[in-house]
Design a protein around this ligand. Structure first.
Ligand SMILES: [Zn+2]
Length: 216
């Protein structure tokens, strides 16, 4: 990577992480980087490489990794959030924040299914999906990004419902099998082809519902 050149202007925030023992890229084709130092300016990584090749001067914060590993944040692709960092199922507060301590920085909701009194009528479930999408977009518990607003499919939903949801910004579907929309495996080929009927997401509902209609 190229050394940064911030010699003339002093950045608002310059973070240097040095003495990294193992630096993982997150790229499966090139998982390990030949580097021991990263520099981030105002929260954005600017340089990755060997310390001798990088401008680490004028750092606001310097962290000595002491030979430990540094990796991109983990993604938990199946969580059941309800409202912010609270879920009533286990009467649990702060569980998302706790996951952050384990390295999880992003989560994908499998549906806000444990919402007390979860509406199962179509108007209600659409409203809840939009609300959840908005709420988790605006609020990141502990800083964790939660992709939520994943309606559980109920019988009676039609193409226009999925179009309406997609237009409102709802891009996920909830865990298949938890609503009435999946009787006797009639959800169509996209579900039958998946490894687990109950782990189907994420998709664009506006597209998949059409496949669902023709595959059912
Ligand atoms: Zn689940």
């Amino acid at each position: 990577m190229t050394p940064d050149s911030e010699a003339t202007s002093s950045p608002v925030n310059k973070l240097v992480v040095r003495n990294i023992g193992l630096l993982l890229s997150g790229d499966l084709d090139h998982p390990i980087l030949d580097a021991d130092t990263i520099v981030a300016i105002n929260g954005v990584i600017q340089s990755v490489g060997k310390e001798k090749d990088i401008d680490t001067t004028n750092a606001t914060t310097t962290i000595d990794a002491k030979g430990t590993a540094l990796a991109p944040g983990l993604i938990d692709s199946h969580v059941h959030p309800v409202c912010g960092d609270w879920t009533p199922r286990q009467n649990q507060l702060g569980w998302i924040d706790s996951c952050l301590h384990g390295g999880v920085t992003t989560m994908v909701s499998a549906g806000e299914v444990h919402t007390p009194g979860r509406p199962k009528d179509i108007v209600g479930l659409k409203a809840m999906a939009v609300t959840a999408q908005r709420a988790f977009h605006a609020f990141r518990p502990g800083g964790v990004k939660v992709y939520a607003g994943a309606p559980v499919l109920e019988q009676g939903m039609v193409e226009d419902d999925f179009k309406e949801l997609a237009a409102a910004g709802v891009k996920f579907l909830g865990e298949v099998g938890l609503g009435s929309g999946t009787p006797h495996g009639r959800m169509g080929p996209q579900v039958r082809d998946s490894k687990h009927d109950s782990h189907w997401r994420p998709i664009d509902p506006g597209v998949e519902s059409d496949r669902q209609r023709h595959g059912a």
